[in-house]
Design a protein around this ligand. Structure first.
Ligand code: UD1
Length: 399
């Protein structure tokens, strides 16, 4: 690196990612950080998600540079993943200590990286802090609670999040409302989204499916939460309801690997085949975005999709009893339908006849959240440096 460039670096930042939703959130942050020459940035991938469909295609489409380090931890239980990430990350951070570590979202990689960093006294910035479902049976809720507890800088995506943190005793000066980085990515990508018909054709859709989708439109389905897919009775009730919905509207079901293996274990493929459903592997970001944008409705249990549909103005039916993203209900297009097949069918019918719930874009979902994230990080590190230099300055006292 030329001398002039080297001398401008003031702060060394590590960003840790591991799973699909992390990639969508870190992309705009990396872009802004790397455009400011006083930051030197390292991207560390835990390897929690590792195959092309869940991982590499997101790096390509979102133009995320290859990770500087990959810990390659792979699959396992939540505890196994967390422990493996911790063991692999500690020597990396010890050998080359950053000034701050950024984590995003609520996956196992987020928690594991925060734990290691906090133990090494490297300050953690958590992007998407303060979201709470108040449901501790969700692995992500444990990850959110613990990550926020360990973080020095809590950067929130919606206004309700600050109240959750303050209720838990977090000092208000650590909390900053910056907006939603996932929506930065959405706005930057929407013009590059892939046309849905091209994705359907590529996914071997039958001529009958293509004709029906052209004529009636289509719905989009994703489902992967352990609470919905790991239990056979729950999963078969949900699949049964999805099949019923598909008799009213052709559906595209992008199936997560966790769901695919549960469907195979429970022998639910024949049930699915009775519906008007195009089952695809997990889709790339630009393909999913293209489908979502034009869908008449979305049925999901994903956190990110609840937000993306609100930004796109597409009705979303969330197959859960709660959400950590209440703004998508209060202001957006999201409705919680729980796991009752009747409630789902009634809500679908309502959308098909009346057009469904309208909504508006929540505050600071404006495509500039990553700028605010970076500004806050910079201000935090400048403040830290100032207090360190004041602590070292001579006091004037004579010993
Ligand atoms: C994880 C996150 C979840 C997020 C989701 C998005 C946690 C607790 N959960 O859940 O918040 O919404 O990612 O996808 O971190 N697998 C593959 N290929 C891969 C990755 C995983 O086949 O590239 C398989 C694994 O072997 C495993 C299953 O998918 O059997 C689940 O993966 P895992 O990372 O444990 O959790 P997710 O359900 O993906």
């Amino acid at each position: 690196m030329p001398q002039t460039q080297m001398s401008t670096v003031r702060w060394r930042i590590d960003c840790v990612v591991g799973a699909r939703p992390n990639f969508v959130k870190i992309a705009p942050i990396l872009l802004v950080l790397r455009a400011r020459p006083h930051f030197s940035v390292r991207l560390i991938h835990t390897g929690q998600h590792y195959d092309v469909a869940m991982n590499s295609v997101f790096f390509e489409e979102l133009k995320i540079p290859a990770p500087d380090i990959n810990l390659e931890v792979g699959s396992g239980t939540g505890t196994e993943q967390t422990a493996r990430i911790m063991l692999a990350l500690e020597p990396v951070l010890t050998a080359d200590r950053p000034d701050m570590l950024i984590v995003v979202g609520d996956v196992n990689s987020t928690l594991a990286a925060s734990l290691v960093s906090a133990k090494l006294l490297i300050p953690v910035a958590h992007v998407e802090a303060g979201l709470r479902s108040n449901d501790r049976t969700m692995p992500e809720e444990i990850n959110r609670l613990a990550t926020d507890r360990l973080s020095e800088l809590l950067l929130t995506s919606e206004e309700d999040a600050a109240a959750n943190l303050i209720r838990e005793g977090v000092a208000p000066e650590k909390i900053h409302f910056v907006g939603n980085v996932m929506i930065d990515t959405l706005y930057a990508s929407v013009e590059h989204a892939v046309a849905p018909m091209a994705t359907f054709a590529e996914s071997w859709a039958s001529p009958a499916f293509l004709a029906a989708a052209r004529e009636q439109g289509f719905g989009f389905v994703t489902m992967h939460r352990p609470s919905n897919v790991d239990d056979l009775a729950t999963l078969s009730a949900i699949i049964g309801a999805i099949v019923d919905v598909s008799r009213k509207l052709p559906l595209v079901f992008a199936m997560h690997p966790r769901t695919r293996s549960a469907v195979e274990r429970a022998d639910l493929k024949p049930m699915l085949q009775k519906g008007h459903i195009l089952v695809t592997p997990p889709l790339s970001y630009l393909k999913a975005l293209g489908i979502m944008r034009e869908a008449r409705l979305v049925v999901t249990d994903s956190g990110g999709i609840q937000e993306e549909t609100t930004a796109l103005g597409v009705p979303c039916l969330t197959v859960r009893e709660n959400t950590e993203r209440p703004v998508t209900i209060a202001e957006g297009t999201n409705t919680l339908v729980g796991t009752s097949p009747h409630a789902l069918l009634a809500a679908v019918q309502d959308i098909l006849t009346a057009g469904g719930k309208g909504g508006r874009i929540p505050p600071l979902w404006d495509g500039k959240a990553a700028q605010r994230v970076t500004d806050r990080i910079e201000a935090f590190l400048d403040g830290l440096a100032r207090s360190k230099s004041e602590a070292l300055a001579p006091t004037g006292l004579q010993l």
